[in-house]
Design a protein around this ligand. Structure first.
Ligand SMILES: Cc1ncc(COP(=O)(O)O)c(C=O)c1O
Length: 400
């Protein structure tokens, strides 16, 4: 069978290969410490599950309007107004099967062939792949480790060309765990304001997972000129521990939202019927925010602990995480060394050797534009964090 040429545009995820290997080892009875998961280890709060169960019992198992029931759109618009100071009306929001689907629909709705999309690195693995599928050209702006992986307004300005169409900003960030301050974001916003052809995709899915005294600001609020040029992405996956439910949402200018709804009407019609009222309840009910705050306390302690332990490993550099649930250490000092006759050349080699030799699963940074780093998720218990890092310490000693 001859596959479409577009399938050659995207690469198979290295992350998935490492996860598959870790899963195979686990299945074979090996005690693997998993730092790969990009999802909270907490359960979805009961009050949300109860609404979904009631929806099933009420028979909400049929088609719904595209993209969802009006109650969910209203709940999303209210959330944006209340929590983000974004004056979106229900007509300015849409839903999708997770944040990932929302982003893909937005690229499909906005990009023409050859349009450039500015992506600060390290980046979430799917951005460049989705851009390529939609006919765009990813343009990576490298975040320097010495500046906490944050790009500067000067770097952004220098990357903009007449073909630039979208600038993606993801703060707090996957995979680096860093977060921009509102002032730093305002500096980037000033640059974007000067280039009216550029639309901003602000991926705010980790907005609630912010540590220390960091404050969150939605990009579209930073400058009045940006409100009509920004799409704000969010989802229930991380804030409410609902990764498997596949609920994502976007706010933005009506023409873009209408275009995404048009796409959705021909592709998937709507998100799953019996999740919709539960998704609205997660946003409307104060228990939603209470559950996020509880998770946050754990993530803050675990993140600080994992960072301290990683930083104490010889020749490992780790920028302190300020948000999300990831540490992103630089392990390049060990490249060129060998274990069991295999030489480690980059983060993929490091991750495979670590998994095989000492049974710790981490995600190589190659898919995120950083082949010198690996990502460790601290969405796991303190015991697992200590056990895994003890094993990494042993592994590093074995490298010669
Ligand atoms: C930065 C970022 N954006 C979007 C997504 C997609 O979220 P979802 O699981 O809701 O599709 C993820 C998931 O890991 C992510 O880390």
């Amino acid at each position: 069978m001859q596959l479409a040429e577009r399938m050659n545009l995207i690469s198979e995820s290295i992350t998935l290969k490492v996860s598959a290997k870790a899963a195979a080892l686990k299945k074979a009875g090996v005690d693997v410490v998993g730092f790969g998961a990009g999802e909270p280890d907490f359960d979805t709060p009961d009050f949300i599950k109860d609404v979904a169960k009631a929806s099933l019992d009420k028979g909400l198992t049929k088609y719904t309007p595209t993209p969802c029931f009006p109650e969910l759109k209203q709940a999303i618009a209210d959330k944006f107004n209340r929590e983000n100071k974004l004056a979106y009306k229900p007509e300015n929001v849409t839903t999708g099967a997770g944040g990932k689907h929302c982003l893909y629909m937005a690229f499909m709705a906005l990009l023409n062939p050859g349009d450039e999309v500015l992506i600060p690195s390290p980046y979430w693995v799917s951005y460049p792949e989705q851009v390529k599928l939609a006919g765009g050209v990813p343009v990576v702006i490298k975040g320097q480790e010495s500046r906490g992986f944050k790009i500067t307004p000067q770097q952004l300005e220098a990357s903009i060309t007449p073909k630039s169409k979208v600038f993606i900003i993801n703060s707090p960030s996957n995979p680096s765990g860093i977060a921009y301050t509102p002032d730093e974001l305002a500096g980037l916003a000033e640059v974007i304001v000067r280039h009216p052809q550029v639309v901003v995709f602000s991926d705010e899915i980790y907005e609630k997972l912010l540590y220390d005294d960091m404050t969150f600001a939605s990009f579209a609020t930073l400058n009045p000129a940006l409100f009509d040029r920004t799409l704000t992405f969010n989802c229930h996956s991380k804030s409410f521990a609902m990764t498997g439910w596949r609920v994502g949402y976007v706010g933005g200018p009506k023409p873009a939202i209408d275009a995404m709804n048009k796409l959705q009407s021909q592709i998937n019609s709507h998100i799953t019927s019996f999740t919709q009222h539960a998704a609205a309840a997660a946003l409307n009910d104060p228990r939603g925010q209470e559950s996020v705050k509880k998770m946050l306390v754990h993530f803050q302690q675990r993140g600080q602990h994992m960072w301290q332990r990683l930083s104490a490993l010889p020749d490992v550099i780790c920028v302190r995480p300020q948000g999300a649930f990831y540490c992103f250490p630089n392990v390049s000092a060990y490249f060129g060394k060998s274990i069991n006759g295999v030489k480690i050349e980059d983060a993929i080699g490091f991750s495979s050797a670590l998994l095989e030799s000492d049974h710790v699963a981490v995600v190589p940074g190659n898919d995120s534009g950083f082949e010198t780093h690996v990502r460790l998720s601290f969405a796991t218990s303190m015991e697992q964090i200590d056990k895994g890092i003890d094993r990494i310490a042993l592994f590093l000693k074995k490298l010669a």
